[in-house]
Design a protein around this ligand. Structure first.
Ligand code: ATR
Length: 273
């Protein structure tokens, strides 16, 4: 029987997930499909239940459904509960729905793959941005043991909300003081949309970054953002953001189709094409 999965969003036509899962389905010879499903927020819950009734294995969910997906689920992983959003749903044979959030997992796996010597416990992390993606990044960095997490956001209030939620290791830094927060930071992460094609640029100075620090960006259009370019010129290790997208997809594919897929250059090329 053909195993069915997909991605739900609104809009959904720009999602790269069908290319990525399609590549794996072909590579592993799985009798399965991965489709785009467009559902408005009003239609989301009924739409998901309809897919459950049709025997689908599960779905990815993206903007604007990640919080609603968490609400809808019968069981929720600890990390999804902490992040407050889900990106992967599993439809169990008894009709129940399990929710996970693999964004933080993908973020960390990407760093481990791209910078094998990276040690999150070596010193403080600096995270720029306090939006949806930041929640997953912050949760995962705390989980792998960063001793301190400096969080800065243009709208300070959003950073304070995250600090309240994630506890005392998170220290809010004023947006205009971001250059000072670079000092001693061993892991520097951009989670804002700055640096994306057509957006403004991240102005942060990396002059005081310690030797051995790692810089990474969740923006991957362009693959090497101006921030990563400057980090590289400064002698820091850099990891681009595409791998986060690729790695976050692994647990879903494994759960729905029963094969643990590999993230490699072929997959990157397929998604970039
Ligand atoms: P995502 O889910 O991708 O994180 P989001 O929740 O809309 O998207 O968050 C976007 C992030 O980029 C926020 O941290 C936002 O800062 P604000 O909370 O102040 O809006 C940040 N961002 C977007 N445009 C920005 C800009 N021009 N200058 C500084 N930060 C910006």
């Amino acid at each position: 029987m053909t195993l069915k999965a997909g991605v739900i969003g609104y809009p959904i036509k720009h999602s790269k997930s069908p290319v990525l899962h399609g590549h794996w389905l072909r590579r592993y010879g799985v009798d399965g499909t991965y489709e785009r499903v467009e559902l408005s927020p009003e239609a989301f819950a009924d739409g998901v239940r309809d897919l459950v009734a049709k025997g689908w294995r599960g779905v990815n969910v993206t903007i604007p459904h990640k919080e609603a997906a968490l609400e809808l689920a019968d069981s929720v992983t600890d990390r999804a509960a902490l992040i407050g959003a889900a990106n992967t749903l599993y439809f169990h044979s008894d009709g129940t729905i399990g929710a996970d959030n693999t964004d933080g997992y993908g973020f960390i796996q990407n760093l481990r793959a791209g910078a094998p010597n990276w040690d999150p416990t070596a010193g403080p992390a600096l995270v720029l941005g306090a939006g949806g993606a930041s929640r997953a990044v912050v949760e995962s960095l705390l989980e792998v043991g960063v001793p301190e997490l400096r969080l800065t956001n243009r709208t300070k209030y959003r950073a304070e909300l995250l600090a309240d939620h994630f506890g005392a290791k998170v220290k809010v830094v004023e947006w205009h003081a971001q250059n000072d927060a670079v000092s001693g930071a061993m892991t520097i992460v951009n989670t804002t949309s700055l640096g994306m094609e057509g957006q403004g640029e991240l102005k942060i100075s990396l002059e005081s970054a310690p030797a051995g620090a790692l810089a990474t960006d969740i923006v991957y259009t362009p693959l090497i953002t101006p921030f990563l370019e400057r980090a590289q010129a400064r002698g820091l290790s850099i990891v681009d953001g595409l791998g986060m997208l690729l790695h976050q997809a692994v647990p879903g594919f494994e759960g729905w189709f029963g094969v643990t897929p590999v993230v490699d250059d072929d997959l990157r090329a397929a998604v970039l094409a």
